[in-house]
Design a protein around this ligand. Structure first.
Ligand SMILES: Cc1cc2nc3c(=O)[nH]c(=O)nc-3n(C[C@H](O)[C@H](O)[C@H](O)COP(=O)(O)O)c2cc1C
Length: 195
């Protein structure tokens, strides 16, 4: 076998042996709204072939889940104009787990945020930006959403105290589109290049 063919075979084999990029969708939800958005984000992410998805409540996420994640999506309810205390505690655990693993924090990994809130313009921006600032401080690459007009967003969100209350079909569609985008970009960033 020529040296060129051998190199190609070895490179192809190592790419084939690499585990699929792993996406962790972690959420906090007190009354189920953010959980519904998390399920829709998962659906969208699952439409991308070649990625593995782990969906967990923040309280159930282990350090191993964090260290193995190529991309992390955090879902939070807006509480008093910001992300919930539970979601913030999760961010602290992400930093601690990555530091302990000796990783350069989130370097080269993706992160994103989505939220639900009772009323419009009452903390959605603050909640998502606070979490994004923490992910940026940990060196993650941030992936946003795309709204229905085609503009980039801080990530999907839903206003849940409307009539009828809760997460509606349009919110779910946004979350699915975002999930697909997040998984596609994470796969692109984290899959070893093939010759
Ligand atoms: C303690 C607390 C504080 C809240 N603060 C806000 C707020 O500042 N702005 C807002 O729009 N909604 C606020 N809400 C409403 C929640 O964000 C909203 O109901 C959300 O959809 C709940 O998500 P969950 O069902 O996943 O827990 C608050 C709810 C709670 C329990």
């Amino acid at each position: 076998m020529s040296r060129f063919l051998l190199a190609c075979t070895l490179l192809t084999a190592s790419a084939a042996a690499a585990p699929p990029p792993r996406i962790l969708i972690a959420y906090h939800s007190r009354t189920g709204n953010t959980e519904k958005m998390a399920a829709a984000v998962r659906e969208g992410a699952a439409s991308v072939p070649g990625v593995e998805i782990v969906l967990r409540k923040v309280a159930d996420v282990t350090s191993d889940d964090i260290v193995k994640a190529d991309g992390i999506v955090l879902g939070t309810p807006v509480e008093w104009g910001n992300l919930s205390a539970e979601a913030k505690a999760f961010l602290d655990r992400v930093g601690a787990a990555l530091a302990k693993a000796g990783a350069t924090y989130g370097e080269g990994r993706t992160a994103a945020v989505f939220c639900t809130a009772g009323s419009p313009s009452n903390g959605q921006e603050m909640a998502r930006l606070s979490a994004i600032a923490a992910f940026l401080a940990m060196r993650f690459v941030i992936v946003g959403g795309v709204n229905q007009e085609g503009f980039g967003s801080l990530g999907p969100q839903a206003v849940t105290a409307g009539k009828p209350p809760g997460v509606n079909d349009s919110d779910r569609a946004d979350a699915r589109r975002f999930g697909e985008r997040f998984a596609r970009i994470t796969r692109q960033l984290r899959t070893p290049a093939t010759p």
